[in-house]
Design a protein around this ligand. Structure first.
Ligand code: FAQ
Length: 327
């Protein structure tokens, strides 16, 4: 299905050892792979899976923050939040387009999301209970997203790598606006500081889970790294994120909710306490606190938008017919 029309009309690949070796040589030489290039079916499948999940995450990720647009505490905050949520919609669109170049349609990807077959990031299954959560999402969730996505700008697949460049620039703005919200609260009244601390307490561990399972349990990492889709392992990126973020929390005067967090001089990074992997897998398998609401909201948007898709299609058909008649 994914190779439709791209590798050959029959959709078959030529995965002889010579073909695979020649493909790996291109990867090792840091050549970009483009949509019409021959590629192993597994490479295509991995990219469709990852880019599709990434696109769904951006779109589902609009919901927790969208929840606060009408309640932002000032016009300035509302305008910035609106722009951020709109950016996330844009990121989803670039990513769906990148995946479409691999021969999968947006309809197919959306059907997979709505049926529960395709995943989206675990982080968006948690509720946004206070305004402070909007700051914390920008600071931690966009911060984690940037840490994960900067290496994706060097992904071997051209359309994904190019989409990531713009996405990362925008995420950087998102991270700063989030940090600034948290800083305002942390330097505000004792109640505001308590709100910021409560929010950090609830989002810290789920943010660490965004990087995926422990390396030993990451089924795709080895192959994805050999194909230079991923450049760092899940644990490596998680460690980089912790090392960058703990000093930011200290600057804010907030406490990271991990009693085992300790600077390790020898490794030049922080040691941290155990991550609750049972919670991670529960959420990944669709049992997160907001999972049902998120899919319900996406299904409603997809159903409500059906007439727009139909009208756009009818319009395109009409134009094509008119053009052909004039030729
Ligand atoms: N949540 O073998 P691995 C954002 C699944 S964008 C749910 O390690 P892989 C912007 C994984 O899919 C956030 N599922 O997998 C924003 C696989 O299941 P499968 C999204 C997860 O692919 C900010 C299984 O576990 N970012 O935040 C998660 O090598 C603010 C085994 O895992 C991306 O998608 C998880 N956290 O590594 C928007 C970045 N982790 O498919 C709004 C691109 C793992 O076999 C507001 N993706 N799983 O059924 C990646 O870098 C990778 O896909 C990883 C996972 C690192 C997420």
């Amino acid at each position: 299905m994914y190779s439709q029309g791209l590798i050959g009309a029959d959709g078959r690949t030529h995965e002889t050892p010579e073909f695979l070796e020649a493909f790996q040589k291109r990867i090792d030489a840091e050549e970009k792979i483009e949509p019409n290039d021959a590629m192993p079916a597994g490479y295509r499948k991995t990219l469709v899976r990852q880019i599709g999940q990434h696109a769904h995450s951006e779109i589902v990720g609009m919901l927790p923050e969208g929840n606060w647009i009408t309640r932002a505490p000032s016009l300035k905050r509302k305008a910035a939040l609106l722009a951020k949520v709109q950016d996330e919609g844009g990121h989803g669109l670039y990513l769906y387009c990148a995946a479409e170049t691999l021969g999968v349609s947006r309809e197919e990807m959306t059907e997979e999301l709505l049926s529960g077959k395709a995943k989206y990031s675990s982080i968006f299954n948690y509720p946004t209970l206070s305004w402070a959560d909007i700051g914390t999402i920008g600071w931690l969730v966009d911060g984690a997203a940037i840490m994960n996505q900067i290496p994706l700008c060097r992904c071997s697949f051209g359309p994904y790598a190019r989409a990531m460049i713009r996405v990362c620039k925008e995420e950087s703005f998102h991270q700063r606006q989030g940090y600034e919200i948290v800083m305002t609260l942390a330097q505000g009244t004792p109640e505001q500081k308590a709100m910021a601390q409560d929010s950090l307490n609830r989002w810290w561990w789920p943010s660490l889970m965004m990087f995926g399972p422990h390396d030993a349990d990451s089924q795709h990492s080895d192959q994805s790294m050999a194909w230079k889709i991923k450049r760092f392992s899940n644990d490596e990126l998680r460690q980089k994120f912790i090392d960058a973020t703990v000093p930011q929390a200290e600057y804010l005067g907030l406490t990271v909710p991990d009693p085992d967090l300790k600077w390790n001089e020898e490794k030049g990074g922080y040691d941290h306490g155990p991550i609750d992997w049972d919670e991670f897998w529960r959420v990944v398998k669709g049992h997160g606190p907001m999972a049902r609401d998120r899919i319900k909201a996406r299904k409603k948007a997809w159903d409500d938008g059906a007439w727009v898709r139909e009208a756009a299609l009818a319009h395109a058909q009409k134009r094509r017919a008119r053009k052909m008649a004039a030729e």
